[in-house]
Unconditional design. Structure first.
Lengths: 198, 198
């Protein structure tokens, strides 16, 4: 099909977004084309605003539009407890539990020698400084349960433990509401290992 | 999670796009946030360009950045054969066959009393004028094989046949490469009805 050039260019740009393929990009482009100009303008403004206003917290690297972020400045949070995550969006997953009242530290990735990501590419120095400054009791390592996340957690544990604080790792096991039927063997092994007295 | 306000607004705007849910919108927003400003600018420009440059062909209603469109002005196409489709993106599906050498007429929808779409809301008048002006041998009704598309095809057939031209409907049946196992009974019935001598 010979799409008008500007439409083809929009499809091309949309296809660069994660999880959007050729068909999806075309559907989005036609939607933008068909809908009122004001809708497109609102989207455009929202994209620009995000690039202009959102920044990273100089303490924990979480995304924020005030620096330091709401967690790092909150008197209601327990600053003796730091939860370490890989990406800013992981903070939301922990917050959703409504159980965690500590603060965060975002690494901005995980160790991955295959992709050329070493310790210096992650925000590890800042974490060590925060712990080194004293006043921290426990660091919860909530990196992903992947090869990279596990390696990162192990690496951090080796650095943090000598500082005399408690270092913990989130539990791995069968997801709540799931069925054993669908659990892979590694997860099942972890679930068995992590079993607790009822 | 308390997302920075501008990020929350981008998520909200992205969620309005078709096929993008809450999780998908958040993933896209974080992607836009993380990637270089130039990428975001290119996307923004592409969206604006589409809204500014793309228009509809005054003859066939297909999207175009020149009016009339490439199909309507092409000497290589057979202007005696008009393929009627519901939406501009359907033109691409027909073009991909590389078999059709006629021209198009886009209705901009299908009859749907439930959604308040009547004949006056579709580009039917223009089609009747094109056929009425003479020189058209056949109109292929390629509206969707849905209740609305079928109703539209029947409605158009009734209007077009008295004009003394050939009016045809695309075949419905089992998709090529598919398995009878997955065919619903309506499609199977259509496939049986439409059977041809081998």
């Amino acid at each position: 099909m010979s799409l008008p050039e500007s439409l083809a260019r929009l499809v091309e740009q949309l296809q660069k977004l994660p999880g959007i393929g050729a068909k999806g990009a075309q559907r989005l482009a036609f939607h933008i084309l068909k809908n009122p100009r004001e809708d497109a303008e609102r989207l455009v403004e929202a994209i620009r605003d995000v690039k202009e206003r959102v920044t990273y917290c100089s303490t924990c690297n979480n995304i924020t539009d005030t620096d330091p972020c709401v967690y790092c400045t909150s008197a209601a949070r327990d600053h003796k407890l730091i939860c370490v995550v890989e990406e800013p969006q992981n903070v939301g997953v922990v917050e959703k539990t409504r159980e965690f009242r500590g603060v965060y530290h975002v690494l901005m990735g995980a160790l991955s020698p295959l992709h050329g990501v070493g310790p210096d590419d992650l925000k590890i120095k800042g974490l060590l400084e925060r712990v080194g400054a004293g006043g921290v009791d426990e660091v919860i390592l909530a990196t992903n349960p992947t090869v990279e996340g596990e390696a990162t957690a192990l690496y951090l544990a080796r650095l943090l433990k000598p500082l005399g604080i408690r270092v913990t790792r989130i539990a791995m096991g069968i997801p709540v509401g799931s069925d054993l039927e669908y659990a892979d063997e590694v997860t099942m092994t972890r679930a068995m290992e992590g079993r607790r007295e009822v």
